[in-house]
Design a protein around this ligand. Sequence first.
Ligand SMILES: *Cc1c(COP(=O)(O)O)cnc(C)c1O
Length: 226
Amino acid sequence: MVKENILKFKELLPQHVNLVAVSKTQPANAVSEAYQTGHRVFGENKVQELVAKYNELPKDIQWHLIGHLQTNKVKYIAPFISLIHSVDSLKLLQEINKQAAKNNRVIDCLLQLYIANEETKFGLSYEEADLLLSSEEFKQLKNIRIVGLMGMATNTTNAAQIRNEFHSLKNFFNMIRSLNLTRGTENVELKILSMGMSSDYQIAIEEGSNMIRVGSIIFGERNYAN
Ligand SMILES: *Cc1c(COP(=O)(O)O)cnc(C)c1O
C-alpha cells in the first residue's frame, strides 16, 4: 500500500515541489517500503523516534525534524539531521550552531513562522523573525544556515482562511528574501518554503510552497493523535 500511495502521490506533484514523507508513529518497515520506491526524504516530529529510526534504517535517508525542538535534545540529532523545520528562537539556533560546530558541520534550518489563528501552534511572528535575522548574535552563527521558512495553517475547513495564511507567509518570504539580498548575511540563503500537509497541500502549492510535509496520504491514518 505505502509503495503505491507514494508513487501515485509523487506522480501528480509539480516538479519544483519537494515531498517530505512524514513517518511519525509509523513503524520502520513502513519507511522501508517508501524507501524502496527510491524516496529518501522523511520527516519526524519527535527526537527520540527520529533517532531510533535513524539507527535502524539506511544511512542515505535525509531526515527532517518537523516538530518542536527543545535545546537539550539538539545534541542527539546534530550528527546527522538534514533539515530542521521548526526553529523558533535565537536561543535554539545558538544551541544548534554549537552542536553543529562540535560535529564539524553546517546544519540547514528553517524558521517556523506562526501563521495560524490558534493558540497551540509554535512559531515566530513576522516581526520576531525579522528581528532575529537582523541581529548581531545571529550573524555570528557560522555553523547554521537559514535556508527557508516553514508554517502551519489553521486546522479548519475554511479554505479561504488557509489560503490567506499561506499567502501571507509567501509574501513575507519574498520580502525577507529581497531584504537579505541587500543585507548580504552569509548564513541566510532563502530557497525553501515549507508549507502544506495532507489536508491543505494543494492550497499551499497554489500559494507558492515548494516543500510539503505529507503523512497520512502516504502511510494511512495514524492510530493516535500526534
Ligand atoms: C504530522 C505533521 C505533518 C503531516 O500531517 P498529515 O496530516 O499526516 O499529512 C506535517 N507537518 C507537521 C509539522 C506535522 O507534525
